[in-house]
Every structure is written in C-alpha cells, then in structure tokens.
Ligand binder design. Structure first.
Ligand SMILES: Nc1nc2c(c(=O)[nH]1)N[C@H]1C(S)=C(S)[C@@H](COP(=O)(O)OP(=O)(O)OC[C@H]3O[C@@H](n4cnc5c(=O)[nH]c(N)nc54)[C@H](O)[C@@H]3O)O[C@H]1N2
Ligand SMILES: Nc1nc2c(c(=O)[nH]1)N[C@H]1C(S)=C(S)[C@@H](COP(=O)(O)OP(=O)(O)OC[C@H]3O[C@@H](n4cnc5c(=O)[nH]c(N)nc54)[C@H](O)[C@@H]3O)O[C@H]1N2
Ligand SMILES: [Mo]
Length: 759
C-alpha cells in the first residue's frame, strides 16, 4: 500500500479500550476542571448509597453499594459539573451575546458554571443579573398573556423525578401537553415500539440476567464511550465464554478489546479481553434486513429439523405469528443481502448461534432508533426474541441502552406529549383541576411550531435544545422568533444565546451539589435503564450562593404564572418527600415510595413482561410485520449516495464537548473530520486528508456542510460515512423522521461527498 500523507491529529490508536489510557484521561479531566484535592472525594461519592447518582449514563450499578466503579466518562461528567471555573455577571457584562455566539460548544461550557440568574438586555446585547422574584414575575406575566397552546416545555433527561414531576404539573395546570423532550430525539422508537410488542416501553433485563445469559446480540451502540460501566459487565460475560455478536457499521474499539481498570492483573500485564466474538459491519440502516435474515434462517432451520422455535411460548403468549412468518417468506435473500451489506452465510451463522442459546439478550442503542423506521426496527428485535421465548426467563430479554441518566424516569413521572387517560384521571383526582386532553408537541413538532409562529414561548428544563435538534439552519433562527425563552441550566450553551424577545438564564444546582431547603438537606430520585429507582443526594457546596434547585425554580415560575394554583408549591419545595408522596398517588408502581428509597439501592418498578404478562390491548405479546427491507424510498438510494451517521466522540456528552479527542478512533485535537472507507474515497477521486463538502440529498433545499477533512478509516464499512454530532446536524432535514415516533433519522442521512470547492 502506498504511504499515506500525514494528516494532523489523525493517528491509529492501538491500545484496548479502558486500561491505562482511561486512567490517564481521568487524571487529565480532573486537572483541567477541579482542584485535585477535592476531586477524589467527589468521585468516590458517585453511585454510592448515600452519594449522588452519576450524571453520566443510565447504566445501573450492582446493588449500588460496591466500591466506586471506575469509569472515565463518569469522571468527566462529574468533574465537568464540579469544576471550579465560573461565569459571573461581570463576564456577561463585557461580552455581547453576538460575540459569545461565535464560540464553540466546547469553549462556552468550558468557561464554567453560571452563578446568577440572568436576563437578556437587548439594548446592550448582553445578559445582566436579575433578582429571582422579579424574573419569575415577568415570566408569569408573559405566560398569562399567551394561550397554553403557544407554550412548550422542554425536558432534558438529566432532571430528577421530582423536578420532572413538578415541571409536568406546572405545564398541565397551565393547560398544555406540549412536552418536547430529549427522548423524542433518542429512544422514542423504544417508547412507541415496545408497548406495541410487549406492552411496556422499557427494557426487561436486570444486571443479574447478564450473569445467566448464553448469548448477547449488540446492535448499534458504543458502550466503551457511552455506557462505560457496561464494559465491566460485558467483560465478565466474555470471560464466561459467552458469544457476543455485534452489528455496527463501525468497528468500535471497546466492542473489540477492553482492559478493565478494576482488574489489577489485566492492568499490570497490559492485557485485555475480547468483547465481540463476531463483529458484523452491517450497512448503516441495514439492521432490519439483517434481523429479517437471521429470522428467515431460523424459520428455515425449524422447518428442516424442528425444535428450533419455542412453539409453546409462541402459542401461549403471542399473536400475529402467521402474518409475520409469511412476510419473512416473501422477503428474498437477495434483498436481505443487498440492504444489510451482509452475506446470507453470516446471517445463517448468527441464526445457528441463536438457536443454540437458551437465554439471549439483545442490547441496542441509537444505531437502531435514529432511523426513519426506528420504531419498526425495535419491534423486529422483539420479534427475534419471541421466536425462542426470550422474555420472562433468567438471562434473557431486551436491553435498550438509555441515554441521559434519568431520561427513563422523566417519562415514568409524566413527561410525555401523549399522556394516558389513566394518568390524567389520577392527576385530576389528586389535584382537583381538569387537565388538557389533546396530544401536545414533541421535539421536532415544537421546532416546526416555532418556525410557523405557533409556538411563542419555550421553557427548558436543562439541555441544549436547538443544538440537539436536526437542521440547524432552520432550528437556530426559529429560537429567535419566540417572545420568551427560559433556560434552567448549569453551563452556558448556544441555545441560551439564541435569544428570544425576552430570555432568562436560571442557574440551577447540579447532581453533585448539596440541596438544602426549609426542612433540611434534600435528596432526589432517578430511574436507571433497568427500572431501578434510587435516591441521589449531592454533597458539594453549590457553585454559587445564588443557585436554586430545579424544583425550587419550577415552583417559582408556577406561583408567578398561576395565581389561583391548587398546588401547595412552597410546601413541596420545603420537603421533597411531599413531591414523592404525590408521585406515589398518581403514578403506578411507587407504593411506599419514601420508605423504599431509604433502602440502599432503591427498588425496581414493576415490569410485567418479566413474568410473561403483556399489558397490550389483547393481553398477548405481538409479532409485527416490517414489510420490505429498506428504511426509506429508493429515490434516496442512487448510485453515488453514501449514508451519513452522526456520532459521538469519546470526549463528549451529547452537545457538551469535554475535549477535542476521540481516542479510540484515533482522532486527536479536532472534530472536523469525515470517516470514510478508502474505496469510497478512491471512487470519488479523494485521498486521505482531502477537504470535502457534504450535501444532503433532499429536494427543495440545499443542506450543506463545508470543509470537513476526509480520512481513510479502515474501521468503517463501505457505503457509510460518519461525522460528529452536533457539527453535522445542519445536514439532517427536520422532516426526515421516523413517522411513528417523530425521531429524527440522525443515523442514515443520504448524502453526496465532493471535493471542497476552491474559494
Ligand atoms: N460519554 C457519553 N456518554 C453518553 C452520551 C454521550 O454523548 N457521551 N450520550 C448519552 C445519550 S443521551 C445516549 S442516547 C447514549 C447514546 O449511546 P449510543 O447508542 O452508543 O449512541 P451513538 O454514539 O450515537 O451511536 C452508537 C453506535 O451506533 C452505530 N451506528 C450508527 N448507525 C448504525 C446503524 O445503522 N446500524 C447499527 N447497527 N449501528 C449503527 C455507530 O457506529 C455507533 O457505534 O449514550 C449516553 N451516554
Ligand atoms: N445529529 C445528532 N443529533 C442528536 C443525536 C445524535 O446522535 N446525532 N442524539 C440525540 C440525543 S440521543 C439526545 S438525548 C439529544 C440531547 O439533547 P439535550 O439533552 O438537549 O442536550 P445535552 O447536550 O445533554 O444538554 C447539555 C446542557 O444541559 C445543561 N445541564 C447539564 N447539567 C444540568 C443539570 O443538572 N440541570 C440542568 N437544568 N441543566 C443541566 C447544560 O447547560 C448543558 O449545556 O440530542 C440528540 N441530537
Ligand atoms: Mo439520548
């Protein structure tokens, strides 16, 4: 092979995931953000029974009482919040909003924690400090002047159950179900698809199941970066010699080899453990075809030799098998191979391993959900598990990897634009006012409503809404059409800076900080990916005396907006046990809530499918028909087309960029790259290091991202390309969504890549 030119910041990373590289990176994160004296104590309190829940990811902890589970990205999340850096009012006074908007997401958040409530001042184009009560009064005045359907309430999944519950209470007493939330851009296909298949929109496995499984199929998630504590689990499973089959267009280092920093022998010997037993580089968007191939092969094996399908399970617990099987019959191997990019023999091999396993877990993430048929993808995974009765037995089940640390809890306590009648009735019984019935807006619909002038005010409980949304060319200007935007946040981001006529920034306590109210120190609760609910209590001195807790800020807005409110807001804030009492009364599964969270480790919410009970309309688990193998119309699949996946680097948490490296993928100090298979580059006359422009193939508008450096990346499958989120969000059309769930198709955007135009 010809010697490639050197490209700055691009060099292969040969180490395993985890290991010494992870320890070094943790030390670095501490050094850059915190005093090194305080840091170790803070980190030791992460995920301990009397400490706080890690704001990193939603992966559970074994009993929540083991010694600190080392996790590089958890450490980054904690130090990023517990940083000693600050952005006080004097900083805002000397920097206009227009100048701040020139800064990157990384630079903005790296400046540190916001210390005072701030209001935008148009005359000077700066934010200035404001008194909390004055701010609340003005917000109340504006909201009372608008009609509830003009107002949207956005939630990012880090909010606690208590904050989220009060937020939905405020919005519903005010009169709207407009609850765009980060789930709408994330696992909504799980929340929509799984209830149709198994009756609930959550995963069914617990950590114990990983001790008993005989096979794991991992589809479209990158745990080494996004759920690092899961690596310890996968490491143990691999050491039991259990096969782990991975489907991913990218070969991700952590799914290949991992050195567990908790394992002294592996560390001392620079050893590592294989994770994937087989790695299939499926085409982006090709998972449905691959799943159908595996199931087709399984049915063929059953027809030939019998005893492959769990016929009893299918007969007793499910419906829809015949139509499902007929659809597989009419799907040709030729179509399956073409759409998945995988060979029939490979899919048959997976079917064989699946047939040999008595207990299988399928884990999946954004590679499955963020597609225009994301919901249908999720249902196919359930179909696969039904075929061999992989629900309601030890070691088996479905495991969606949730995103934010409490995104699942937010939904449980009522953050949804489509509330159930049952929930609304319970709320009405307890609170004595009537609640709005119509469905509200989700994230993409809210963006659309801002563009159309139908949404006039946006209240954000955390997050970075505009930057997380697709189609920045439309989403960014839309924020500026609002009469009012209000942001509860810890650090400055670009959504805050896309100011409305009036904009307020409310700095809130983070997870790590002590929250003292009238009745003393408070704890909050969160629900992890496996439906375990437990308490979280911050310990650090707050970043500023001015900070308020999220529940307190929400209560402040509520009292100012709803003069005749029937909710005793100040009492609820004085003691969060009272908020939990209300949750217990209105949300099923929270009996004796306050008692049970005082037990270390908390408790598990009921999951009927684990007992082979299916809360679907028919009371049965439901097989579904995918129909075809493609996720979008042929017209998007022309010859010159590549599929763009927008992905997270190792040094980022969604729109929060901790640093500019992506160690495992061999990218250092930059994010302006496009990962390409060398053959796709050659076909376009491109070389490693060439600067390219990317254009989305849509009709009507031009969506372009200019000036990325294309790198020949041997770990990406031909036909798929990858660039970083959120820089590449300009390329995702706002209406290119999964119609069933409203989730944007962030993972397979049809694009053309060309050499950059000389300017
Ligand atoms: N450190 C850190 N932790 C995080 C986050 C973070 O940004 N940083 N984000 C949190 C959030 S909100 C979420 S939702 C999760 C996200 O966690 P993940 O679900 O892991 O999300 P991504 O990194 O976006 O992409 C996952 C993988 O999908 C693969 N992929 C892309 N397209 C396809 C496809 O068509 N098929 C298949 N099979 N694979 C595909 C990509 O190559 C990538 O490896 O992590 C959470 N935890
Ligand atoms: N192209 C592309 N776009 C995507 C995705 C993708 O894979 N590709 N992924 C999507 C996914 S899965 C998700 S979940 C969304 C994420 O969308 P969001 O949840 O909206 O975004 P985050 O980046 O997590 O939000 C970061 C901000 O949260 C605030 N914050 C941090 N901690 C706290 C806290 O304790 N309290 C409060 N109130 N605020 C806090 C800080 O101000 C910080 O700037 O993005 C989506 N967008
Ligand atoms: Mo997410």
């Amino acid at each position: 092979m010809a010697i490639r030119r050197e490209v700055p910041g691009i060099r292969p990373y040969d180490g395993p995931a985890g290991g010494w590289g992870a320890l070094r990176a943790t030390t670095q994160a501490i050094r850059l953000q915190m005093e090194s004296v305080k840091a170790p104590i803070t980190l030791l309190r992460t995920n301990q029974p009397d400490g706080f829940d890690c704001p990193g990811c939603a992966w559970p902890d074994k009993e929540h009482r083991s010694t600190f589970q080392f996790c590089e990205n958890g450490a980054k999340a904690v130090t990023w919040e517990a940083t000693t850096k600050r952005v006080p009012p004097s900083f805002f006074a000397s920097n206009t909003v227009s100048s701040l908007l020139q800064m990157s997401d990384f630079e903005l958040e790296d400046m540190g924690r916001i210390t005072h409530p701030m209001v935008y001042d148009r005359a000077t184009d700066t934010f200035r400090a404001v008194e909390w009560e004055d701010a609340f009064a003005r917000i109340g005045e504006i909201l009372r002047g608008l009609s509830p359907e003009q107002v949207d309430f956005y939630t990012s999944g880090r909010a606690s159950n208590e904050a989220a519950y009060l937020f939905q209470l405020l919005a519903r007493e005010y009169g709207t179900n407009n609850f765009p939330d980060c789930s709408n851009m994330c696992h909504e296909p799980t929340s929509v698809g799984l209830p149709q298949s198994i009756g609930i929109g959550k995963g069914t496995v617990s950590l114990d199941d990983f001790d008993h499984c005989e096979l794991i199929i991992s589809i479209g998630h990158n745990p080494g970066t996004n759920h690092p504590r899961m690596m310890g689990t996968l490491h143990e499973v691999s050491r039991r010699n259990v096969p782990i089959i991975v489907f991913n267009p990218l070969r991700e280092r952590a799914l290949e080899r991992f050195a567990d920093p908790q394992n002294w022998l592996e560390m001392a010997t620079y050893g590592s453990t294989r994770i994937a037993s087989t790695y299939y580089q499926v085409d982006a968007g090709g998972d449905a075809a691959a799943l159908k191939g595996i199931m087709k092969a399984l049915l063929a094996m059953d027809a030939a030799q019998g005893n492959i399908l769990d016929r009893d399970f299918i007969a007793i617990y499910t419906e829809g098998f015949d139509a499902f099987a007929a659809d597989l019959d009419t799907t040709s191997w030729e179509d399956i191979e073409k759409a998945s990019g995988l060979a029939r023999a490979d899919l048959e091999a997976v079917a064989k391993l699946y047939a040999e396993s008595n207990a299988t877990i399928v884990t999946y993430g954004m590679g499955v959900t963020q597609h225009c048929r994301g919901t249908a993808n999720v249902r196919l995974i359930a179909d696969l598990l039904f075929l061999r009765g992989n629900f309601g037995k030890p070691g088996a089940g479905i495991c969606p990897l949730r995103g934010h640390s409490n995104v699942q809890g937010n939904r449980t306590v009522g953050i949804t634009e489509k509330p159930s009648e049952d929930f609304l009735k319970r709320m009405e019984d307890v609170f004595g006012f009537s609640l709005p019935r119509g469905h509200g807006r989700d994230a993409v619909k809210t963006a659309q409503a801002m563009i159309d002038g139908k949404c006039k005010a946006l209240i954000c409980l955390g997050g970075n809404f505009a930057v997380a949304l697709p189609d920045s060319d439309q989403s960014f200007p839309a924020m500026k059409t609002l009469d009012l935007s209000v942001h509860l946040g810890t650090k400055l981001n670009r959504t805050h800076l896309l100011v409305a006529k009036e904009t307020y920034l409310f700095p809130c306590l983070g997870r790590t900080e002590l929250d003292v109210q009238a009745n003393g120190p408070q704890s909050v609760t969160v629900e992890d990916s496996m439906s375990m609910v437990h308490a979280s209590a911050g310990k650090l001195t707050p970043a500023s005396e001015q900070l308020r807790s999220e529940p307190a800020i929400i209560a402040g807005i509520a009292q100012a907006t709803l003069p005749n409110t029937k909710v005793a807001w100040p009492d609820l804030i004085a003691d969060y046990d009272r908020i939990r009492d209300l949750i217990e009364k209105t949300v099923p599964g929270f009996d004796s809530f306050n008692d049970r969270i005082r037990v270390p480790g908390g408790f598990r919410l009921p999951l009927p499918p684990t007992e082979r009970k299916w809360p679907t309309p028919s009371g049965k688990a439901v097989f579904s028909v995918y129909g075809g193998v493609k996720e979008d119309a042929d017209v998007l699949g022309g010859e010159n087309v590549l599929r763009l996946m927008t992905i997270r680097s190792h040094d980022q948490y969604n729109t929060t960029i901790y640093a500019l490296d992506d160690r495992y993928r061999g990218v250092f100090g930059r994010r302006d790259v496009l990962f390409m298979n060398e053959s796709d580059m050659t076909a376009r006359g491109l070389e490693h290091g060439d600067v390219v422009d990317i254009e989305t193939i849509v009709t009507g508008r031009q969506l372009r991202l200019k000036g990325l450096t294309a790198i020949a990346y041997e770990n990406i499958v031909r036909g798929s390309v990858a660039a970083y989120y959120p820089e590449a969000n300009v390329l995702v059309p706002l209406d290119y969504i999964d119609k069933e769930s409203g989730t944007p198709s962030y993972k397979s955007i049809p694009v053309r890549v060309v050499r950059a135009e000389a300017t």
